[in-house]
Design a protein around this ligand. Sequence first.
Ligand SMILES: Nc1nc2c(ncn2[C@@H]2O[C@H](COP(=O)(O)O)[C@@H](O)[C@H]2O)c(=O)[nH]1
Ligand SMILES: [Mn+2]
Length: 511
Amino acid sequence: MNIEIKARDLIAEGWHEGKRLGATLRRARQMEAEGVERATLLVQLEEEFPKQLIVALPRHEPAPLAEAIEAEGDEETANVTAVRRRMHEMLRMPVVQRGAIMPDACPTGQAPATIPVGGAIAAENAIIPGAHSADICCSMFATFFPANHPTTEMMDHLQKVTHFGPGGRPRGDQWTSAVLGEPVWDNPYLGGLRSRAQDFLGTQGDGNHFSYIGRVDFTDTQRAALEAAGYNDLAKSIERRDGAFNVLVTHHGSRGLGADVYKRGLKAAKKWCRENAKDIPDAAAWLPYDSPEGASYWEALQYVGRWTRENHALLHDALLRRLGQRALVQIGNEHNFVWKRGDTFLHGKGATPAWKDAEGRPLLGLIPLNMAREILLVLGADNDDYLSFCPHGAGRNRSRTATIAPYKNDDGELDPGRVKQVLDETTAGLDIRWFNGGADLSESPLGYKDATKVKAQIDQFGLAHVVGEIQPRGCIMAGEADEQPWQRARRLKRARHKAERQDAAQELDQT
Ligand SMILES: Nc1nc2c(ncn2[C@@H]2O[C@H](COP(=O)(O)O)[C@@H](O)[C@H]2O)c(=O)[nH]1
Ligand SMILES: [Mn+2]
């Protein structure tokens, strides 16, 4: 009688559950069908499919971490300690070779190995979805155009063309582009997402994404530095325009499209690590680049990069059309992404690439600080000590909740008078607009670290050279939606209950 060997028989003999078990079982059944007797079969099988799996394990000691950050005071010191801890957890992964933190580093999550904002790592043959984070391709994009429009005119048009808030554009108001027609939808990480890619075109989302109008006046030294670095078109344009430009700068990521690709990538990475590694935190799960899953994920990421750049470009074109202008120069950079340099996969979560391009030119990058400060145009210093990254912003010292806490009244509600006052003080002279109507204090300059100190540390650690400063004129962010009637009713009800409780307590005291 031919009793078919089962997976549980192999497990009982010491083989492990997982992807390889299927292949082992198929081979065992083939031998069984050929009439090989069970004992011989098991010996032969051990030779072909050894029970001892080569399992990747975390290292005891973390790989080296380079810190381009100087903490001042208790709050910053505690932040750097938290950042270091998460980085050390990530740096214990066997595929991670080195790490660096930037001057804007700040913690983002409690889960082990969650890469902090301002963190960068170098990995070998591995893509770690958690290390580029869910907002794949969060990026900056700038268009330089003639400086002959008043700020209000530019801001009015900008407010009409852009879109903030959750979700995509409503049906009937959707945008289109050739990027949607690319033959990528068979990729397992992109399959079924074409309509999502369409819905989210022309949108910027919320949080700290923004549309910023600024003005730059390049000095002759800055023009010469750009020319010496090989940016001849920009240098010529500066010469022709006497150094003066209006600039639109946008900041956003890959929206719902990227979020879905990330979910699929993370799921695949967790599965791969479950089958081939042990004790790997989810935030550090990886896909080997040379596996079919890894290669497809890499291709999907490249598409998400093209989609996001196109999204920026469409928004910029829409503003320029309304202004009757054309782009003189456009530049942009991702700061949440994975880049392949030789055999190394550089991951950045809030880190600006600052190495040299294929032609040997230092990369140009844009570093925003806050809505009331200049956006820095930098030439990367290619400082290998810090994995050739520079910061991507100013970073936060406090959570959003802690930032707004001092502006709440006794009922735990934001005090509109104090919010207005502090916004007027911190953004005086600027045209600040909140797309959804209400101000979001946690996104005002109050939310971010001291920009001057971060800027000084770029220089101190030799990360990049500033070759232009785009001075703020106006900024649009998502902001908070105006209070809905039901929200107002709930707030008033809570306040009433609180007052009643206090009255009751007072009465008790008096009796
Ligand atoms: N120019 C502006 N910069 C801003 C604004 N809000 C935030 N920021 C800066 O951007 C970085 C990027 O943050 P990310 O982690 O989401 O990529 C952040 O660190 C701030 O320094 C703004 O309204 N205008
Ligand atoms: Mn970003």
